[in-house]
Design a protein around this ligand. Structure first.
Ligand SMILES: [Zn+2]
Length: 453
């Protein structure tokens, strides 16, 4: 990277008070003709460290070009949250997640989101350079950590795939390129991977899955101040700027109308929660985010509340991995691709549309890792049948609308368990727990139409 000229071409300054927290503002600036590269340096006082809950100010940053700030529009060039304070965007290259390409002259907008503002206020300065002639920095290339499990056994049932539905690359706040994530996912034993960057959608085009690598599933994590939600199956952005239930629900409906599969992510403590009770237009809930111990029982309860209301919402899992390096030093906070794993009945010749479609139909279960345990739930003649693979020494529970209806110890490596369909419940699902009551796998519900059993 060549160095910046000492004097910027523009300086934009301003201040946010605590009462302005969690509301985005657009700061316009003019880009003259003949510009091929814009560089921004963002400074503000009392900047918080990146660790969760650290005190200090946090300012999120995004960028719209002269094509405008319209929701879903072509003017959106990227959003980097609080991750980057030095951003270059140009015709030839751009700091991820920003999109490189022509620099149209006219009025651009910096999107500033004062996520956290301390009582002293947040004073910012954005310095801008036009055509500074910067070249990209060489990417760090330390090898990724190996997962904490060895080779994975073959999948017990033909047509089922194991995958990861939630992780982050340099297209938001991750430490790896999308193609590095594909390699790491393969090494973890996974067959498909969705790289769901925060308000980013360029990661899908930046890598190619398939052949010897996992199938890459398009996805983005719409990251708002009151909760996060995933969209799979689309490569576009959805408006994240208005943190209200009505706005979030409208964006969810727009994503669904375009064929996207929508999930509420980590509705639990340690995961930001979900502040939009009015936003109900989702297909899935991420009931398992990272290791089970990361308070996932709260997300499970959140999902079960939907089930008891008769809402046929699909449970999915995702590791939310951000770093391929240094996880072993993070102790209880460590995350690994495939922890948990979502197993999907996508049939032969897998493709991302088949994977997304199988999840939409609830043809999936979740396990603690790609090594299992596997839980295949099906309907028999008046019975509910489960095949448990790799669950020996654990307890299989059948759960209906009013709680656990049956339980059985699992003794064999590959064991079938059947129970009569529980009277009075419109659904039943299965869940495996180990000797200390930790969930190691869970299925989606089998729904029984009234009068069918
Ligand atoms: Zn999230």
């Amino acid at each position: 990277m060549t160095s910046l000229p000492p004097v910027p071409d523009r300086v934009l300054t301003g201040r946010f008070e605590p009462a302005q927290a969690r509301r985005y503002v657009h700061i316009p600036f003019d880009v003259p003709d003949g510009v091929d590269q814009v560089h921004l340096e963002i400074d503000y006082n009392l900047r918080a460290s990146s660790s969760l809950g650290a005190p200090g100010n946090t300012l999120d940053v995004g960028l719209f070009d002269a094509r405008g700030t319209r929701a879903g529009g072509a003017g959106f060039r990227g959003w980097s949250g609080s991750e980057r304070v030095s951003i270059t965007i140009g015709r030839e290259w751009a700091t991820p997640p920003y999109l490189k390409g022509p620099i149209p002259p006219g009025t651009w907008n910096i999107l500033l989101g004062p996520y956290k503002v301390v009582p002293q206020g947040l004073d910012y300065a954005v310095r801008l350079w036009f055509n500074p002639g910067l070249t990209p920095e060489a990417a760090a290339s330390a090898p990724a950590d190996r997962p904490p499990w060895g080779p994975v056994p073959a999948v017990a049932e033909a047509g089922w795939l194991r995958g990861e539905l939630h992780c982050h690359s340099v297209f938001s706040d991750g430490d790896a390129q999308p193609d590095e994530l594909l390699v790491a996912a393969r090494d973890a034993g996974l067959d498909f991977l969705a790289v769901t960057d925060h308000n980013g959608w360029g990661q899908f085009e930046a890598a190619t899955g398939g052949r010897e690598l996992p199938v890459l599933v398009p996805g983005t994590e719409v990251t708002t101040y009151g909760g996060h939600w995933n969209v799979w199956g689309l490569t576009r952005w959805f408006d994240f700027r208005e943190p209200t239930g009505a706005a979030v629900d409208a964006q969810m409906r727009a994503a669904a109308a375009q064929g996207g599969l929508v999930s509420v992510n980590h509705p639990k403590p340690m995961g930001l929660g979900w502040e939009y009770p009015e936003a109900r237009s989702y297909h899935c809930v991420e009931v398992w985010n990272g290791p089970w111990e990361h308070l996932n029982s709260f997300s499970l309860a959140w999902w079960e509340d939907d089930l008891r209301r008769g809402r046929r919402i699909v449970a999915v899992g995702g590791s939310d991995t951000h770093r391929l390096r240094g996880a072993r030093q993070e102790g209880i906070r460590a995350r690994w691709l495939g922890q948990p794993t979502t197993w999907v009945d996508a049939g032969p010749e897998p493709s991302w549309p088949k994977i997304v479609d199988a999840i939409r139909r609830g043809r999936c279960f979740i396990s603690e890792s790609p090594t299992g345990p596997e839980l295949y739930l099906r309907q028999g003649a008046g019975t509910v049948d489960v095949r448990v693979v790799g669950g020996q020494g654990q307890i299989l529970a059948f759960i209906g609308a009013s709680g656990c209806v049956a339980a059985e110890a699992v003794n064999e490596r590959d064991q079938g368990v059947s129970i009569p369909f529980p009277a009075g419940s419109p659904y039943v699902r299965a869940q495996l727990e180990d000797a200390v009551g930790r969930v190691t796998a869970l299925t989606n519900p089998l729904w029984i139409a009234q009068g069918q059993v």
